[in-house]
Design a protein around this ligand. Structure first.
Ligand SMILES: Nc1ncnc2c1ncn2[C@@H]1O[C@H](COP(=O)(O)O)[C@@H](OP(=O)(O)O)[C@H]1O
Ligand SMILES: [Mg+2]
Length: 382
């Protein structure tokens, strides 16, 4: 077991194993989605596969955390609620979730965890999902879960993440980020040409694409780690070939790569283009779904991540928690556009966030971006 004698060692060890299991669950669901769509265009409004993955991951993570930590009193802030799933018309969805969760939990021994003594029933699974109704806040211990971050990426057979953070007394102390499609070569992350449908043969089902990883960090250690996902009959053995992550040393903007959301609706591409041009960034933006953008900064595949949501949009803590601590421990800097740290202590949202989010591989680039925000804000079209 990892770092058991250290503070949060037990929680980190468990969270990493759980996120590995959740990634495997997602890969199976996404694979069935790719097979189902093989040769066809998946209906754009058919979001049931991602819904199954969302609820199944939430139920699995909730059940495992409760089973191996403080029992039913464990506090989890998570994206999904149980209402839709409890409706009579969602019966087949619910039954798919029940099967998916039980299949995943049956694999627990492979990850060094015990599986349930009996297959979980529908009511236990609904209870596990609905238990994740904490609203976090400034005191106590809270897990923060985004079961499938980047739902569009998931549906498109593209990038998505499973994100699990841990807060104590309002401070972010652990982050675990599963990136099941994170390619080993950064070029494969670059999706400027969005894929609007599942593309079973592109990227190729090569070894590179199948890899995937789990990143994790504990606040204050100055270290962030990455483990490959396990495949087939391989058993998860700590430290599971963990390697240290190091954010990029590049601090010359002309050599830096910046990443941002794929969706224009989620971040103002025009504003960020002006911003990065003004400090001399030349590389094309790396547009990637989900918190994989934080992963790219932590691994040194990109130097800058900027997100400026439309005014009035409130950023949720689960969309950032895991990624922020990993980037910071890998040597990066994450703040709002005013240069202040993100505040995870005020409930479901990053309350008080100044305009947008700026994550950089180091302080020099970060200062430049923040300076550019001040210089260009008044003339911006936000
Ligand atoms: N209008 C909006 N502006 C900014 N972010 C939004 C948004 N609508 C949804 N999001 C958030 O952006 C996340 C996706 O991030 P990105 O665009 O970087 O891939 C979504 O996570 P989910 O996919 O988990 O819902 C969602 O929480
Ligand atoms: Mg999300």
């Amino acid at each position: 077991m990892a770092e058991k004698n250290d503070k949060y060692g037990k929680e980190l060890d468990l969270a990493v194993r759980i996120v590995h299991m959740a990634c495997s669950l997602c890969q199976k669901v996404q694979q069935s989605l790719v097979s189902a769509a093989s040769g066809h265009v998946l209906a754009k409004d058919d979001d049931s596969p991602v819904t199954i993955a969302d609820w199944s991951v939430q139920a699995t993570v909730s059940w495992l955390l409760s089973e191996f930590l403080e029992g039913w009193s464990v506090s989890i802030v998570a994206e999904e609620d149980v209402q839709t799933l409890s409706k009579p018309e969602a019966a087949s969805l619910l039954s798919a979730v029940v099967n998916t969760v039980n299949e995943c939990l049956a694999e627990a021994p492979k990850y060094g965890l015990q599986c349930p003594k009996k297959v979980l029933g529908t009511s236990q699974i609904l209870e596990a999902i609905s238990r994740c109704n904490s609203t976090g806040g400034p005191t106590g211990r809270h897990w923060v879960l985004d079961p499938v971050d980047g739902t569009l990426g998931f549906l498109r057979g593209d990038q998505y993440a499973v994100a699990l953070g841990f807060l104590e007394d309002g401070k972010l102390v652990l982050g675990v980020l599963g990136c099941p499609n994170y390619p080993m070569r950064k070029e494969l992350l670059n999706y400027n040409h969005q894929c609007n449908q599942i593309k079973p043969t592109s990227p190729p089902s090569s070894d590179i694409w199948q890899k995937g990883c789990v990143m994790y960090a504990r606040r204050g250690t100055g270290q962030a780690w990455m483990q490959p996902l396990i495949h087939g009959d391989t058993k998860f053995e700590w430290p599971n070939s963990a390697t240290l992550l190091q954010a990029s040393p590049v601090d010359d903007p002309s050599l830096a790569t910046f990443c941002e959301p794929v969706e224009k609706a989620n971040s103002n591409h025009l504003f960020t283009e002006g911003l990065v041009n003004s400090i001399g960034l030349k590389n094309r933006p790396m547009r990637v779904h989900s918190m994989v953008k934080y992963a790219a900064i932590a691994r040194g595949d990109a130097e800058v991540y900027i997100k400026f949501a439309r005014s009035g949009y409130k950023e949720k803590i689960w969309d950032h928690a895991a990624g922020v601590v990993i980037v910071e421990e890998a040597g990066g800097v994450v703040t709002d556009a005013g240069g202040r740290p993100l505040d995870f202590s005020r409930g479901l949202y990053l309350e008080g966030l100044d305009r947008g989010i700026v994550a950089c591989s180091g302080p020099i680039l970060h200062d430049k971006i923040i300076g550019a925000v001040y210089a260009s804000w008044d003339s911006s079209n936000l």
